[in-house]
Design a protein around this ligand. Structure first.
Ligand code: SF4
Ligand code: SF4
Length: 357
């Protein structure tokens, strides 16, 4: 069943509680508090959810919360974040706790701080029910993380029909499921960008389909079509969206899309990809940057901005993830490492001028 996500800004508390309780009444049973980019907003949202879960609703769902790996600077931070979240939720146990934002840079850092030993302690004392992680990197990195620990219960990553072959793509999905992990999918509609009015080339493909479905239905059905997917987290902000998605979830089955429907979706994918301006494959061979610049992620944000005609979302994610292109000192290391011979420094200058800096 889908998770209800909430935008932490401009929340109407009464309406949010009504929506959450409606979703739980309809069978939604997994609630993710989201990634705490901004701790004060996270506290506000977490306290609101705790109020929504009174009157017996807490017992009907599994709660998931995240440890913000990019904010961790010492092993003392592990207990500090978990204990704060427990306090805000007015609970003594979080069902699923995720080491959030794991990738080839954050994972070694958490290992150095012995995050897994700390997590084992929190599992033993009951503050955490099961341990998982959220992830944004390539399949090989996912495999290393999975093989480093036998007690992962779940992993969570972004997956939509635009993410079939990267970060970590269908191979990551299948590998995690084969190892017995529950796989939680986020961003099945790419933060709503797959439901916007599509560009002309994409609209032509959709127009060729005989089925009359909303773009949201196409996107969600495609994800639910994978039997390896345990649950899907989709941000929703109105009762209307929740009612529609709950009804869809009830009717969606794995392996139910026809070959023709799969072909249409692959044509849509190709039509979007042709709009992508930077030929970056997000292979991350150019990383790490001595100045801490995440070149592939910044290129991904910009390519998405152009493909989905949504520069504002890209800028806001750029700020939220605290990138800083302008700290580039033009050492050229990334250019030397890039097998696609992308003029990385020229692109960074261009993106800085476009207010990514
Ligand atoms: S040129 Fe800039 S982005 Fe590339 S590695 Fe050097 S500092 Fe990092
Ligand atoms: S090495 Fe080149 S293709 Fe690979 S992520 Fe970096 S910029 Fe993109």
């Amino acid at each position: 069943m889908p998770l209800i996500g909430e935008d932490p800004t401009n929340i109407n508390e009464a309406e949010s509680i009504k929506i959450l309780r409606y979703a739980i009444d309809q069978g939604v049973n997994y609630l993710d508090l989201g990634y705490p980019y901004d701790i004060s907003q996270h506290e506000r949202l977490t306290r609101l959810i705790s109020r929504a879960l009174q009157d017996g609703y807490r017992q009907q769902i599994k709660l998931a919360a995240s440890l913000p790996s990019f904010l961790i600077s010492s092993s003392l931070d592990f207990d500090r974040y978990l204990n704060e979240q427990l306090k805000w939720l007015q609970t003594d146990r979080i069902d699923f706790y995720l080491l959030a934002g794991l990738n080839r840079e954050t994972w070694p850092r958490l290992q150095e701080l012995d995050a897994l030993s700390w997590a084992e302690g929190a599992l033993s004392d009951g503050r955490i029910g099961r341990l998982g992680f959220s992830f944004h990197d390539h399949f090989q990195v996912l495999r290393d993380i999975l093989e480093a620990y036998d007690n992962w219960a779940l992993c969570q990553f972004q997956y939509s029909y635009m993410d079939v072959d990267h970060l970590p793509g269908v191979s990551g999905l299948k590998y995690a499921a084969e190892r017995g992990l529950a796989v939680v999918i986020t961003e099945p509609l790419r933060g709503g960008r797959l439901t916007k009015e599509p560009p002309e080339s994409v609209a032509k493909v959709w127009a060729s389909t005989p089925q009359k479905r909303t773009l949201s239905e196409w996107g969600l059905r495609w994800v639910w079509n994978h039997p390896e997917v345990s649950t899907v987290v989709s941000d929703m902000s109105t009762m209307e969206q929740v009612v529609a998605n709950v009804a869809l979830a009830d009717s969606a089955e794995p392996d139910s899309l026809t070959v023709q429907e799969e072909v249409v979706i692959s044509q849509v994918r190709e039509a979007y990809r042709k709009l992508s301006p930077i030929p970056c494959t997000y292979c991350r061979a150019c990383m790490p940057c001595p100045q801490g610049i995440d070149v592939p992620r910044i290129f991904e944000l910009y390519n998405d901005a152009i493909m989905y005609d949504d520069m504002e979302t890209a800028r806001s994610i750029y700020r939220m993830e605290q990138h800083n292109i302008d700290s580039c000192n033009e050492c050229g290391a990334c250019v030397d490492a890039c097998g696609k011979e992308i003029a990385i420094m020229d692109w960074l200058k261009k993106l800085s001028a476009l207010a990514f800096g």
